[in-house]
Design a protein around this ligand. Structure first.
Ligand code: SF4
Ligand code: SF4
Length: 275
């Protein structure tokens, strides 16, 4: 199996999903017969023994609870990261609606894309294991994903993830972080990620950056867009403030929720902004 075979599996799934999404109840609900929720995915590859994964265990990056590719899978050779960007129509809808409001197109895109991601990961898993190799989809391993860590104030234990899709994408050359916490890729920031760890050897991508924030111009547009006051140029994103605002969106959309105003209508929304 080659990298091109991986792209072919993803392309086929995307076509199947495009058909499925047109018949989705949610499309009828929003009168969106010709509306697409997402664009073609981009895919990056990293060597599983790339030192960058061990660096993720440093406290200022993720922490000692980070699970490296070698810990996910004995003999791991490759990490594959896939980014599925939301469509331009979704990004535009969430960009033009008022600051405190979240576009239903975005909320439903977030919901519709998740099963597609799971199918995509399952299809790649099946294609890899059919060739006699092993693979793990970290997001499908909910028990192994979960790690108990002490809160920053030392008062209690909280559960957090031992894997990060955005950090995997960074390692695989898909993009760098913005102060909004999103990854700035050639296809923008708004979308969903999934990844696999496998012992199948595949050539790694060269990361076209050295600084974790290289693609962010520090323009501050996401600061002004954030309805939760959760982003500052000095301290970047305050996760607690972000979660507090995102939770308020359940008042309208429960059980769904979401925001991503910092990823739509900003210079990094559609690609890597020019400095
Ligand atoms: S809007 Fe500007 S400051 Fe915010 S993440 Fe994007 S490039 Fe960086
Ligand atoms: S998701 Fe919403 S609340 Fe959270 S940082 Fe982005 S704009 Fe702010």
């Amino acid at each position: 199996m080659t990298r091109n075979d991986i792209f072919a599996v993803a392309e086929k799934l995307m076509n199947d999903a495009a058909i499925a999404e047109k018949s989705a109840e949610v499309s009828a609900l929003l009168n969106l017969a010709d509306f697409s929720f997402f664009d073609a995915p981009i895919i990056g590859f990293a060597a599983a023994d790339d030192p960058i994964f061990e660096q993720m265990k440093q406290p200022h990056i993720i922490g000692s609870h980070y699970v490296t590719p070698a810990q996910w899978l004995e003999g791991a050779k490759t990490v594959i990261s896939i980014f599925v960007p939301y469509s331009a129509a979704v990004r535009k809808a969430n960009a033009v609606c008022p600051k405190g409001e979240i576009a239903p197109q975005y909320i439903y895109a977030k919901n519709v894309t998740q099963p597609y991601l799971e199918k995509l990961a399952d299809a790649l898993y099946a294609a890899i294991t059919a060739e006699g190799f092993s693979a793990v989809v970290p997001s499908r391993e909910s028990d192994r994903m979960k790690a108990a860590v002490i809160t920053p104030d030392g008062s209690r234990l909280q559960y957090t993830s031992g894997w990060s899709e955005r950090h995997a994408a960074y390692a695989c050359g898909l993009g760098t972080f913005g102060i909004s916490g999103a990854l700035i890729t050639p296809k923008g920031t708004a979308g969903r990620y999934v990844s696999l760890v496998t012992d199948m050897p595949l050539p790694a991508d060269e990361r076209p950056y050295t600084d974790p924030y290289e693609n962010c111009t520090m323009c501050g547009a996401c600061v002004a867009r954030c309805p939760g006051g959760a982003i500052t140029l000095e301290n970047k994103k305050d996760k607690a403030k972000c979660s507090a605002f995102v939770n308020t969106t359940k008042e309208i959309y429960a059980p769904l929720y979401g925001c991503a105003k910092c990823q739509c209508g900003v210079p990094c929304a559609n690609g890597i902004p020019k400095k």
